[in-house]
Design a protein around this ligand. Structure first.
Ligand code: FMN
Length: 257
């Protein structure tokens, strides 16, 4: 038996190989981290533009995002929080930390998110003169299997929907997952949020009767997915309601934000 067949040598080779592989994997993770972060940020911008119906695939996302300003809003007061840097603020993390969020009462927690962060990052599309054209707000809430994360975009009247989209969820493809269907998302633009100062926007079971008085506030329900549909209605009601962005939208309109 040659000495290369000894158990000690086999173990040594296995050990060295595993160290080399570990170093390789660890360095790849470290080296690729900035690229991953950049891609994540780019993807977020793409989702924001898509929700607002502004995504143009023939132009770069960065170029299109140049007309969007990123701001932080204090959800407790409905006013901008200029002291908080939106690039450094992690809203998802803040939503889990008792120091930066507040527990919602059972009757308040329509979206089933349990805690609401004190600050939210919002996106404003402004024309060259600085007038607001669109307001893009982050929304989230529980469907059937998962928390759906997305954006709703409003026109400058803070009442007409410009678009809606979810970028993360784990609802069933073909059922609740139809929230991603472009045809369904296409039903949102033009719908109204508020009726007599209450959030009235939501999904109906089946199809909207276009001749009914409430049609302007209604979107078709997702077929075979009543629970996801209810979740979407509830999260829209929460985020556009008094514990969500309603105070901010109110202030924005009156110039007091
Ligand atoms: C495997 C499986 C996956 C389902 N996924 C969803 C879903 O993602 N969203 C949903 O609302 N309902 C889903 N359902 C159906 C719900 O259990 C429930 O039957 C449905 O929401 C009732 O909707 P309907 O009244 O429109 O039929 C699923 C059912 C099964 C068996």
């Amino acid at each position: 038996m040659s000495s290369n067949d000894s158990t000690a040598k086999t173990l040594l080779v296995a050990f060295i190989l595993s160290i080399v592989c570990a170093i390789f994997v660890a360095s790849a993770a470290v080296v690729l981290k900035p690229a991953q972060e950049a891609n994540k940020a780019l993807d977020r911008k793409r989702n924001i533009l898509a929700a607002a119906g502004m995504l143009d695939d023939s132009r770069s996302v960065e170029e299109q995002f140049a007309q969007v300003s990123t701001r932080v809003v204090d959800l407790r007061t409905g006013k901008f929080a200029p002291d908080i840097d939106p690039q450094k603020y992690d809203q998802r993390k803040a939503a889990k930390d008792p120091a930066t969020s507040q527990k919602l009462g059972e009757d308040e927690d329509l979206a089933k998110i349990s805690r609401r962060e004190n600050y939210a990052v919002v996106y404003l599309v402004e024309d060259p003169a600085g007038a607001i054209e669109k307001i893009i707000l982050p929304i989230r809430g529980y469907g059937l299997w998962s928390t759906l994360h997305g954006f709703i975009a409003l026109q400058s009247d803070a009442n007409t929907v410009a678009g809606l989209g979810f970028y993360e969820h784990a609802e069933t493809p073909g059922l609740g997952g139809e929230v991603d269907n472009p045809r369904w998302k296409g039903m949102w633009p033009g719908k109204k949020v508020y009726r007599d100062d209450e959030v009235a926007l939501g999904l109906v079971k089946g199809s909207v009767d276009a001749t009914s008085a409430g049609a302007a506030w209604q979107v078709d329900g997702l077929a075979g997915a009543t629970l996801t549909s209810r979740g979407v209605t509830n999260l829209v009601h929460f985020w556009l309601g008094e514990n969500g962005f309603e105070p901010f939208l109110h202030n924005l309109k009156s110039g007091e934000a």
